[in-house]
Design a protein around this ligand. Sequence first.
Ligand SMILES: [Cu+2]
Length: 304
Amino acid sequence: MVKLLLVGVLIAGFSAPLTAQELEDHDAMLMDHGDGHLMDMGGGMVMGQNPDKLPGGCDSISETKEVTVHAGHKYAEKFPGRMFAFDTQEFNFKPCTKLTVHFVNEDHIRHQWMMHGLPKYLYPKGMFHLEITGPAKISGTLILPPGDQTYLVHCDIAQHMEKGMKAQLKVGKGAGDLPSIPGVTAYVLTDDYKADLKTLAAKKVEEPLPVAAPAPSAPAAQPPAAQPQAPAQDSGISGVTVIGLAIGLLLTPYLARKFKGMSASEAVAYTFEMLRNLIEFAVKQISRLFKRIFSNKSKMLPGS
Ligand SMILES: [Cu+2]
């Protein structure tokens, strides 16, 4: 009977929510390192703390607010496919609010409450940032800028944001919604389950062709050869143009095959390389012809 009671007490102890004693409170242990940067020996960190400097455009502090944000794996359970989350995904405050954030990390790993896009003259790197290895609590204060704006709040530990620890803080009316906020906006990193390897390969081939196909036929490939002649000709279609067009038409199927699987830039680079080789070849042939003519002349001269 005593044993059973003991087991009962133990089970109750494990399943009970975190008590104040278990939750390490770092607020009293923090050492001020200046410039709003506070740290303690337990790995707690506050960056960009600003309890008193007004951002430009704020005549005074409009409101003083406090918010408690919980972070942990269990808050992601209601979001399919996510691993970590805050308990709140959207915050809204008046411009020029003095805001204190109490960040409660309930996981036995490190989490952050990191806000981005703040004015850099007040907040180093434009960030306000609370960080702690849990289960623990840490608090920090900042003054929100004026104007309607949406700020990104996330945990910057590798993959924590991608796994769901992302929120948005709107000042005033905000400026739209950020993507991939769990339960608020659509996840942008969706995979395409329809695409098998065959259709993926087909896509790759289709891509460069719209750009590459017109190049060998008429416009892009011909001008370098035809244009120098054009001003001297009075008729619309010169012989060179006709020859160029014919070459272009003959080359099209060959080029289309060559361009298969190439990206647009690769195809353009390839076309230019080929043109260069063609011109080089032509110049060589012409210079050889000239050489032969002149050497024949010089041979003929002494004999006559
Ligand atoms: Cu995290």
